[in-house]
Write a protein that binds this ligand. Structure first.
Ligand SMILES: NC(=O)c1ccc[n+]([C@@H]2O[C@H](COP(=O)([O-])OP(=O)(O)OC[C@H]3O[C@@H](n4cnc5c(N)ncnc54)[C@H](OP(=O)(O)O)[C@@H]3O)[C@@H](O)[C@H]2O)c1
Length: 302
């Protein structure tokens, strides 16, 4: 039985990981996150509050749980907030990651860490793992620095970079797909950019990639996303189609119309060959992912 510590269990990915790994009899899972309580209040999950920016808290927790694997699904993920609250972003996305890498080195544990396509500038995607990072906003810079902290830490690691995560969970604040669905359900117009393209990722696929990474012995980085590259506008239209919502409320706009605090990569997206070949990663089609999300969404509404 492998002992797995999940950090950021209250997030979109963290909740999915808790559900996926806790039912697997090969694993003993301890869920942790920044909040005092666990948002998945059904089932019998083990949960402890943990702030990854506190070195001493991490140390005392791992001394008692002694994990063989740490999966870091935590992060400051609000891109515009990271632009404005740089110290906070650095603390969570860099210092916190370094803290986890340090305990992994001391324990001889493996670290599975989630990063982002925002480490790239979005000038010439889709990107393979060998492409040169060049972040254009603070979130991307902090996530790249987090990756570099792991690379220089001399531990066994798997870094999974992902893109535009979508899915449902308890108390999940925001993701693009949920925003589109909730707005259309309330008959509100949504303005979506036609000039930011990438392959959105179903959270179940990313959780599965984390599971596949557990047995990886060679330290490396994988690109994990869906297989279809499309604009945010096209993604919103696909969501409306699957959820049978009014697509005439979706208005095409350009990135410059949004005036967002953080600059966004435009031509992004991932090449998935490495993950498909080495990890056996097999992403769900965008339509099937949205059908799954639709079922999960209706369960959550009940
Ligand atoms: N969402 C995307 O579109 C996207 C795209 C590319 C990459 N990623 C990466 O994928 C990973 C997972 O993303 P997600 O969308 O699942 O994130 P999310 O829903 O925003 O959840 C992140 C979680 O991190 C936890 N957290 C924040 N600060 C913490 C701290 N100091 N100590 C411990 N936990 C802390 C929060 O916990 P509490 O709720 O308990 O406060 C939150 O639930 C992140 O690394 C993100 O950078 C996401």
């Amino acid at each position: 039985m492998k002992r797995i510590l999940i950090c950021g269990s209250n997030g979109l990915l963290g909740q999915r990981l808790a559900q996926l790994l806790s039912v697997n009899s090969n694993f003993e899972v301890l869920n942790t996150s920044h909040h005092r309580t666990f948002f998945l209040n059904h089932g019998s999950f083990d949960y402890t509050q943990l702030d990854i920016t506190s070195r001493s808290d991490i140390k005392s927790l791992v001394n008692s749980f002694n994990p063989e694997i740490i999966i870091n699904a935590s992060g400051l993920t609000n891109v515009d907030l990271c632009e404005k609250e740089r110290e906070h972003a650095w603390k969570v996305n860099v210092v916190g990651v370094k803290n986890l890498a340090d305990v992994c080195r001391n324990l001889g544990a493996k670290l599975i860490h989630i990063s982002t396509d925002y480490v790239f500038d979005g000038n010439d995607g889709p990107y393979s793992e060998t492409a040169r990072p060049n972040p254009i906003n603070y979130y991307g810079r902090s996530k790249l620095a987090g990756e570099n902290a792991i690379l220089s830490s001399d531990i066994n690691y798997t870094i999974l970079r992902t893109i535009v995560l979508f899915g449902v969970g308890n108390n999940i604040k925001y993701n693009f797909a949920l925003w589109v669905i909730n707005s259309l359900l309330e008959n509100k117009p949504v303005r979506c950019v036609t000039d930011q393209i990438s392959n959105p990722t179903y959270v179940g696929d990313l959780a599965n990639a984390c599971l596949l990474s557990i047995v990886q012995t060679e330290s490396t980085t994988f690109h994990i996303s869906g297989s279809t590259i499309l604009s945010r506008y096209e993604f919103a239209c696909t969501i409306a189609k699957v959820f049978k919502l009014n697509s005439s409320l979706i208005q095409p706009i350009l990135t410059k119309d949004l005036q967002q605090p953080a600059t966004r990569p435009k031509k992004s997206g991932f090449v998935l060959d490495k993950a498909q070949k080495i990890l056996n990663y097999n992403p769900t089609s965008i339509e099937d992912s949205l059908e799954l999300m639709k079922k999960e969404f209706s369960v959550l509404q009940k």
